[in-house]
Design a protein around this ligand. Sequence first.
Ligand code: SF4
Length: 371
Amino acid sequence: GQCRIVCPTGAISIKNETQKVWDALYDKNIRVVAQIAPAVRVALGEEFGKNPGEITTGKIVAILKKLGVDHVFDTSLSADLTVMEESEEFIGRLQRNENLPLFTSCCPAWVKYAEDKYPNLNKNISSCKSPQQMFGTVLREAYNQKDFEDGKDTFILSIMPCTAKKAEAARKEYIHDGIREVDVVLTTQELAIMIKELGIKFDEIEEEAMDMPFGIGSGAGIIFGTTGGVTEAVLRRVLKNKYGKDDCKIIFESVRGLESVKETSVNVDGREIRLAVVHGLKYADNLIKQLQRGEKQYDLIEVMACTGGCIAGGGQPVPKVITKETRMLRAGGLYKIDKSIQIKSSDDNYAVNNVYENILKNNRHKLHNHK
Ligand code: SF4
Protein backbone atom coordinates (compact mmCIF):
# COMPACT_ATOMS: atom_id res chain seq x y z
CA GLY A 1 0.00 0.00 0.00
CA GLN A 2 1.04 3.56 -0.59
CA CYS A 3 -2.10 5.44 0.26
CA ARG A 4 -2.06 8.72 -1.61
CA ILE A 5 -5.05 10.38 -0.05
CA VAL A 6 -5.78 10.70 3.60
CA CYS A 7 -8.55 8.54 4.94
CA PRO A 8 -10.95 10.43 7.15
CA THR A 9 -10.88 7.46 9.49
CA GLY A 10 -13.40 8.93 11.89
CA ALA A 11 -15.91 9.37 9.09
CA ILE A 12 -15.81 5.85 7.76
CA SER A 13 -19.09 4.27 8.72
CA ILE A 14 -18.66 0.80 7.31
CA LYS A 15 -15.74 0.02 9.52
CA ASN A 16 -15.38 -3.73 9.58
CA GLU A 17 -14.32 -4.52 6.03
CA THR A 18 -13.20 -1.13 4.81
CA GLN A 19 -10.92 -0.67 7.81
CA LYS A 20 -8.99 -3.78 6.77
CA VAL A 21 -8.60 -2.23 3.33
CA TRP A 22 -7.39 1.09 4.77
CA ASP A 23 -4.91 -0.71 7.03
CA ALA A 24 -3.49 -2.53 4.02
CA LEU A 25 -3.37 0.66 1.95
CA TYR A 26 -1.39 2.44 4.67
CA ASP A 27 1.09 -0.35 5.23
CA LYS A 28 4.23 0.13 3.12
CA ASN A 29 5.01 -3.54 3.37
CA ILE A 30 1.75 -4.55 1.77
CA ARG A 31 1.08 -4.66 -1.94
CA VAL A 32 -2.62 -4.08 -2.58
CA VAL A 33 -4.03 -5.70 -5.68
CA ALA A 34 -7.69 -5.33 -6.70
CA GLN A 35 -10.01 -7.15 -9.06
CA ILE A 36 -13.27 -5.65 -10.34
CA ALA A 37 -16.20 -7.83 -11.34
CA PRO A 38 -18.01 -7.03 -14.61
CA ALA A 39 -21.37 -6.08 -13.02
CA VAL A 40 -19.84 -3.39 -10.78
CA ARG A 41 -18.88 -1.14 -13.69
CA VAL A 42 -22.43 -0.84 -15.06
CA ALA A 43 -24.07 0.03 -11.72
CA LEU A 44 -21.70 2.08 -9.53
CA GLY A 45 -22.53 5.24 -11.48
CA GLU A 46 -26.12 5.13 -10.18
CA GLU A 47 -24.77 6.21 -6.78
CA PHE A 48 -23.47 9.34 -8.48
CA GLY A 49 -26.49 10.32 -10.52
CA LYS A 50 -25.76 8.25 -13.64
CA ASN A 51 -28.24 6.00 -15.38
CA PRO A 52 -28.22 2.24 -14.84
CA GLY A 53 -25.95 0.63 -17.41
CA GLU A 54 -23.62 3.59 -17.73
CA ILE A 55 -20.08 2.27 -18.04
CA THR A 56 -17.73 3.58 -15.36
CA THR A 57 -14.81 1.15 -15.58
CA GLY A 58 -12.15 3.80 -16.13
CA LYS A 59 -13.35 5.92 -13.22
CA ILE A 60 -13.36 2.94 -10.85
CA VAL A 61 -9.78 2.15 -11.83
CA ALA A 62 -8.71 5.78 -11.33
CA ILE A 63 -10.41 5.97 -7.94
CA LEU A 64 -8.82 2.74 -6.71
CA LYS A 65 -5.44 4.06 -7.83
CA LYS A 66 -6.06 7.27 -5.91
CA LEU A 67 -6.88 5.22 -2.84
CA GLY A 68 -3.44 3.69 -3.17
CA VAL A 69 -4.23 0.34 -4.77
CA ASP A 70 -1.03 -0.79 -6.51
CA HIS A 71 -2.56 -2.82 -9.34
CA VAL A 72 -6.12 -2.98 -10.66
CA PHE A 73 -7.19 -6.04 -12.62
CA ASP A 74 -10.29 -7.34 -14.37
CA THR A 75 -12.35 -10.24 -13.03
CA SER A 76 -13.51 -10.83 -16.59
CA LEU A 77 -10.05 -12.33 -17.19
CA SER A 78 -10.71 -15.00 -14.59
CA ALA A 79 -14.22 -15.40 -15.99
CA ASP A 80 -12.37 -16.34 -19.19
CA LEU A 81 -10.35 -18.87 -17.21
CA THR A 82 -13.64 -20.26 -15.88
CA VAL A 83 -14.88 -20.66 -19.45
CA MET A 84 -11.70 -22.53 -20.42
CA GLU A 85 -11.89 -24.87 -17.45
CA GLU A 86 -15.63 -25.37 -17.49
CA SER A 87 -15.92 -26.05 -21.21
CA GLU A 88 -13.17 -28.65 -20.94
CA GLU A 89 -14.93 -30.22 -17.98
CA PHE A 90 -18.22 -30.16 -19.89
CA ILE A 91 -16.80 -31.75 -23.04
CA GLY A 92 -15.13 -34.44 -20.90
CA ARG A 93 -18.40 -35.27 -19.16
CA LEU A 94 -20.26 -35.40 -22.49
CA GLN A 95 -17.69 -37.81 -23.88
CA ARG A 96 -17.87 -40.04 -20.82
CA ASN A 97 -21.60 -39.44 -20.44
CA GLU A 98 -21.21 -38.92 -16.72
CA ASN A 99 -22.50 -36.49 -14.10
CA LEU A 100 -24.79 -34.69 -16.49
CA PRO A 101 -26.32 -32.19 -16.38
CA LEU A 102 -23.37 -30.05 -15.42
CA PHE A 103 -24.44 -27.15 -13.21
CA THR A 104 -22.40 -23.94 -13.21
CA SER A 105 -20.55 -23.05 -10.00
CA CYS A 106 -19.79 -19.35 -10.32
CA CYS A 107 -22.63 -18.15 -8.07
CA PRO A 108 -21.80 -18.93 -4.42
CA ALA A 109 -25.39 -18.36 -3.26
CA TRP A 110 -26.55 -21.07 -5.65
CA VAL A 111 -23.69 -23.41 -4.67
CA LYS A 112 -24.55 -23.03 -0.97
CA TYR A 113 -28.25 -23.55 -1.67
CA ALA A 114 -27.54 -26.75 -3.61
CA GLU A 115 -25.15 -28.02 -0.93
CA ASP A 116 -27.81 -27.57 1.75
CA LYS A 117 -30.88 -28.63 -0.16
CA TYR A 118 -29.69 -31.02 -2.85
CA PRO A 119 -26.48 -32.68 -1.59
CA ASN A 120 -26.94 -35.47 -4.12
CA LEU A 121 -26.36 -32.92 -6.91
CA ASN A 122 -22.84 -32.27 -5.61
CA LYS A 123 -21.22 -34.37 -8.32
CA ASN A 124 -23.15 -32.48 -10.99
CA ILE A 125 -21.89 -29.07 -9.93
CA SER A 126 -18.83 -27.92 -11.80
CA SER A 127 -15.58 -28.32 -9.90
CA CYS A 128 -14.46 -24.91 -11.21
CA LYS A 129 -13.83 -22.24 -8.63
CA SER A 130 -15.74 -19.03 -9.27
CA PRO A 131 -14.00 -16.24 -11.20
CA GLN A 132 -13.39 -14.38 -7.91
CA GLN A 133 -11.59 -17.36 -6.36
CA MET A 134 -9.77 -18.26 -9.58
CA PHE A 135 -8.36 -14.75 -9.63
CA GLY A 136 -7.27 -15.03 -6.01
CA THR A 137 -5.51 -18.29 -6.88
CA VAL A 138 -3.75 -16.81 -9.91
CA LEU A 139 -2.66 -13.67 -8.04
CA ARG A 140 -1.22 -15.69 -5.15
CA GLU A 141 0.77 -17.74 -7.67
CA ALA A 142 1.85 -14.61 -9.52
CA TYR A 143 3.04 -12.67 -6.45
CA ASN A 144 4.33 -15.49 -4.27
CA GLN A 145 7.94 -15.28 -5.38
CA LYS A 146 7.88 -11.50 -5.73
CA ASP A 147 6.55 -11.11 -2.17
CA PHE A 148 9.46 -13.18 -0.94
CA GLU A 149 11.99 -11.13 -2.91
CA ASP A 150 10.49 -7.74 -1.99
CA GLY A 151 9.79 -8.66 1.63
CA LYS A 152 6.15 -7.70 1.11
CA ASP A 153 2.75 -9.31 1.52
CA THR A 154 0.13 -9.10 -1.19
CA PHE A 155 -3.37 -8.12 -0.11
CA ILE A 156 -6.07 -9.18 -2.54
CA LEU A 157 -9.13 -6.96 -2.66
CA SER A 158 -12.14 -7.84 -4.67
CA ILE A 159 -14.92 -5.45 -5.69
CA MET A 160 -18.10 -7.42 -6.24
CA PRO A 161 -21.83 -6.84 -6.87
CA CYS A 162 -22.55 -9.50 -4.32
CA THR A 163 -22.75 -10.07 -0.57
CA ALA A 164 -22.51 -13.87 -0.98
CA LYS A 165 -19.02 -13.36 -2.40
CA LYS A 166 -17.88 -12.32 1.09
CA ALA A 167 -18.99 -15.66 2.51
CA GLU A 168 -17.42 -17.44 -0.45
CA ALA A 169 -14.02 -15.83 0.15
CA ALA A 170 -14.23 -16.94 3.80
CA ARG A 171 -14.87 -20.64 3.01
CA LYS A 172 -12.30 -22.95 4.51
CA GLU A 173 -11.31 -24.54 1.19
CA TYR A 174 -10.16 -21.08 0.06
CA ILE A 175 -7.83 -20.56 3.00
CA HIS A 176 -4.41 -22.17 2.73
CA ASP A 177 -2.07 -22.15 5.74
CA GLY A 178 -4.05 -19.26 7.18
CA ILE A 179 -3.86 -17.21 3.98
CA ARG A 180 -7.05 -16.44 2.11
CA GLU A 181 -7.16 -16.54 -1.68
CA VAL A 182 -9.09 -13.25 -1.48
CA ASP A 183 -8.47 -11.08 1.59
CA VAL A 184 -11.44 -8.72 1.52
CA VAL A 185 -14.53 -8.41 -0.63
CA LEU A 186 -16.14 -4.98 -0.90
CA THR A 187 -19.51 -4.57 -2.58
CA THR A 188 -20.32 -1.92 -5.16
CA GLN A 189 -22.31 -0.10 -2.46
CA GLU A 190 -19.40 -0.19 -0.01
CA LEU A 191 -17.08 1.21 -2.66
CA ALA A 192 -19.60 3.99 -3.29
CA ILE A 193 -19.71 4.79 0.43
CA MET A 194 -15.90 4.99 0.58
CA ILE A 195 -15.86 7.31 -2.42
CA LYS A 196 -18.54 9.55 -0.91
CA GLU A 197 -16.97 9.70 2.51
CA LEU A 198 -13.68 10.75 0.98
CA GLY A 199 -15.44 13.52 -0.88
CA ILE A 200 -14.13 12.37 -4.27
CA LYS A 201 -15.95 14.16 -7.07
CA PHE A 202 -17.00 11.29 -9.29
CA ASP A 203 -17.66 13.44 -12.34
CA GLU A 204 -14.24 14.99 -12.26
CA ILE A 205 -12.28 11.75 -12.12
CA GLU A 206 -10.38 11.07 -15.33
CA GLU A 207 -10.62 7.52 -16.57
CA GLU A 208 -7.67 5.14 -16.34
CA ALA A 209 -7.04 1.73 -17.89
CA MET A 210 -6.59 -1.48 -15.96
CA ASP A 211 -3.12 -2.89 -15.44
CA MET A 212 -1.34 -5.64 -17.28
CA PRO A 213 -0.89 -8.56 -17.37
CA PHE A 214 -4.30 -9.28 -15.80
CA GLY A 215 -6.31 -6.30 -16.99
CA ILE A 216 -7.78 -7.75 -20.17
CA GLY A 217 -10.91 -9.85 -20.41
CA SER A 218 -12.77 -10.99 -23.50
CA GLY A 219 -16.35 -9.96 -24.27
CA ALA A 220 -17.35 -13.44 -23.12
CA GLY A 221 -15.80 -12.74 -19.73
CA ILE A 222 -17.66 -9.44 -19.48
CA ILE A 223 -21.15 -10.84 -20.09
CA PHE A 224 -20.68 -13.25 -17.14
CA GLY A 225 -22.29 -10.48 -15.12
CA THR A 226 -25.76 -11.07 -16.55
CA THR A 227 -28.05 -14.09 -16.79
CA GLY A 228 -27.20 -16.25 -19.81
CA GLY A 229 -23.70 -14.82 -20.00
CA VAL A 230 -21.87 -17.88 -18.73
CA THR A 231 -23.75 -20.12 -21.15
CA GLU A 232 -23.11 -17.79 -24.07
CA ALA A 233 -19.44 -17.58 -23.13
CA VAL A 234 -19.13 -21.37 -23.12
CA LEU A 235 -21.03 -21.58 -26.42
CA ARG A 236 -18.77 -19.00 -28.06
CA ARG A 237 -15.88 -21.32 -27.34
CA VAL A 238 -17.54 -24.67 -28.02
CA LEU A 239 -19.34 -23.63 -31.24
CA LYS A 240 -16.38 -21.85 -32.76
CA ASN A 241 -15.68 -23.11 -36.29
CA LYS A 242 -18.72 -25.39 -36.01
CA TYR A 243 -21.54 -22.90 -36.55
CA GLY A 244 -21.74 -19.89 -38.87
CA LYS A 245 -21.93 -16.36 -37.56
CA ASP A 246 -25.65 -15.96 -38.23
CA ASP A 247 -26.59 -19.24 -36.56
CA CYS A 248 -24.47 -18.30 -33.55
CA LYS A 249 -26.27 -15.00 -33.30
CA ILE A 250 -29.65 -16.73 -33.12
CA ILE A 251 -28.42 -19.22 -30.52
CA PHE A 252 -26.85 -16.50 -28.37
CA GLU A 253 -30.06 -14.45 -28.52
CA SER A 254 -31.98 -17.42 -27.14
CA VAL A 255 -30.03 -17.31 -23.85
CA ARG A 256 -30.23 -13.52 -23.42
CA GLY A 257 -32.98 -11.54 -21.71
CA LEU A 258 -34.92 -11.78 -18.48
CA GLU A 259 -37.18 -14.77 -18.99
CA SER A 260 -36.93 -16.92 -15.85
CA VAL A 261 -35.97 -20.10 -17.68
CA LYS A 262 -34.31 -20.00 -21.09
CA GLU A 263 -33.62 -23.10 -23.13
CA THR A 264 -31.65 -23.82 -26.25
CA SER A 265 -30.06 -26.76 -27.98
CA VAL A 266 -27.09 -27.06 -30.28
CA ASN A 267 -25.60 -29.84 -32.29
CA VAL A 268 -21.93 -30.53 -31.70
CA ASP A 269 -20.22 -33.34 -33.60
CA GLY A 270 -23.52 -35.08 -34.22
CA ARG A 271 -24.71 -34.86 -30.65
CA GLU A 272 -27.56 -32.71 -29.48
CA ILE A 273 -26.64 -30.66 -26.45
CA ARG A 274 -29.49 -29.21 -24.39
CA LEU A 275 -28.88 -26.14 -22.30
CA ALA A 276 -30.94 -24.29 -19.72
CA VAL A 277 -30.38 -20.92 -18.11
CA VAL A 278 -32.19 -20.12 -14.90
CA HIS A 279 -32.00 -17.16 -12.53
CA GLY A 280 -33.73 -16.79 -9.19
CA LEU A 281 -33.47 -19.75 -6.77
CA LYS A 282 -37.22 -20.32 -6.86
CA TYR A 283 -37.00 -21.12 -10.56
CA ALA A 284 -33.86 -23.19 -10.07
CA ASP A 285 -35.73 -25.23 -7.49
CA ASN A 286 -38.63 -25.77 -9.90
CA LEU A 287 -36.26 -26.87 -12.61
CA ILE A 288 -34.50 -29.36 -10.34
CA LYS A 289 -37.85 -30.86 -9.36
CA GLN A 290 -38.76 -31.22 -13.04
CA LEU A 291 -35.44 -32.95 -13.67
CA GLN A 292 -36.05 -35.29 -10.76
CA ARG A 293 -39.49 -36.18 -12.08
CA GLY A 294 -37.92 -36.89 -15.45
CA GLU A 295 -39.95 -34.15 -17.14
CA LYS A 296 -36.90 -32.30 -18.37
CA GLN A 297 -33.46 -33.27 -19.56
CA TYR A 298 -30.45 -31.05 -19.98
CA ASP A 299 -26.70 -31.32 -20.37
CA LEU A 300 -25.70 -27.91 -19.04
CA ILE A 301 -27.58 -25.69 -16.60
CA GLU A 302 -26.53 -22.18 -15.66
CA VAL A 303 -27.88 -21.04 -12.31
CA MET A 304 -27.67 -17.53 -10.88
CA ALA A 305 -29.36 -16.80 -7.56
CA CYS A 306 -30.24 -13.20 -8.37
CA THR A 307 -32.95 -12.29 -10.84
CA GLY A 308 -31.10 -10.96 -13.85
CA GLY A 309 -27.75 -12.35 -12.62
CA CYS A 310 -24.97 -10.38 -10.91
CA ILE A 311 -26.04 -7.05 -12.40
CA ALA A 312 -28.84 -7.15 -9.82
CA GLY A 313 -26.76 -8.62 -6.98
CA GLY A 314 -27.35 -7.80 -3.33
CA GLY A 315 -24.28 -5.57 -3.17
CA GLN A 316 -25.32 -3.31 -6.03
CA PRO A 317 -26.80 0.17 -5.62
CA VAL A 318 -30.40 -0.10 -4.51
CA PRO A 319 -32.88 2.10 -6.30
CA LYS A 320 -36.26 2.57 -4.63
CA VAL A 321 -37.49 -0.32 -6.67
CA ILE A 322 -35.30 -2.44 -8.86
CA THR A 323 -37.32 -2.74 -12.01
CA LYS A 324 -37.05 -4.89 -15.06
CA GLU A 325 -35.84 -1.76 -16.83
CA THR A 326 -32.94 -1.27 -14.40
CA ARG A 327 -31.89 -4.88 -14.99
CA MET A 328 -32.17 -4.53 -18.77
CA LEU A 329 -30.15 -1.31 -18.75
CA ARG A 330 -27.36 -2.77 -16.62
CA ALA A 331 -27.23 -5.89 -18.78
CA GLY A 332 -27.25 -3.61 -21.81
CA GLY A 333 -24.14 -1.90 -20.44
CA LEU A 334 -22.34 -5.25 -20.38
CA TYR A 335 -23.41 -6.15 -23.93
CA LYS A 336 -22.19 -2.72 -25.01
CA ILE A 337 -18.76 -3.35 -23.47
CA ASP A 338 -18.73 -6.76 -25.16
CA LYS A 339 -19.34 -5.06 -28.51
CA SER A 340 -16.43 -2.70 -27.95
CA ILE A 341 -13.90 -5.46 -27.20
CA GLN A 342 -12.00 -7.02 -30.10
CA ILE A 343 -11.64 -10.36 -28.32
CA LYS A 344 -15.00 -12.13 -28.20
CA SER A 345 -14.10 -15.65 -27.11
CA SER A 346 -12.18 -16.60 -23.98
CA ASP A 347 -9.69 -18.83 -25.81
CA ASP A 348 -8.64 -15.85 -27.97
CA ASN A 349 -7.63 -13.82 -24.93
CA TYR A 350 -3.83 -13.80 -24.92
CA ALA A 351 -3.90 -12.73 -21.27
CA VAL A 352 -5.51 -16.12 -20.57
CA ASN A 353 -2.73 -17.91 -22.41
CA ASN A 354 -0.18 -15.94 -20.41
CA VAL A 355 -1.77 -17.14 -17.17
CA TYR A 356 -1.57 -20.78 -18.26
CA GLU A 357 1.93 -20.60 -19.70
CA ASN A 358 3.71 -18.30 -17.29
CA ILE A 359 1.79 -18.29 -14.02
CA LEU A 360 -0.05 -21.55 -13.47
CA LYS A 361 2.19 -23.81 -15.55
CA ASN A 362 1.45 -27.27 -14.16
CA ASN A 363 -0.90 -25.97 -11.51
CA ARG A 364 -4.06 -25.71 -13.55
CA HIS A 365 -5.79 -28.01 -11.06
CA LYS A 366 -5.61 -25.18 -8.52
CA LEU A 367 -8.48 -23.54 -10.39
CA HIS A 368 -10.74 -26.36 -9.22
CA ASN A 369 -12.31 -27.46 -5.98
CA HIS A 370 -11.24 -30.87 -4.86
CA LYS A 371 -13.98 -31.70 -2.41
FE1 SF4 B 1 -23.78 -13.06 -6.21
FE2 SF4 B 1 -26.24 -12.82 -7.18
FE3 SF4 B 1 -24.15 -12.98 -8.83
FE4 SF4 B 1 -24.94 -15.10 -7.43
S1 SF4 B 1 -26.10 -14.05 -9.06
S2 SF4 B 1 -22.82 -14.39 -7.72
S3 SF4 B 1 -25.59 -14.18 -5.52
S4 SF4 B 1 -24.57 -11.34 -7.39
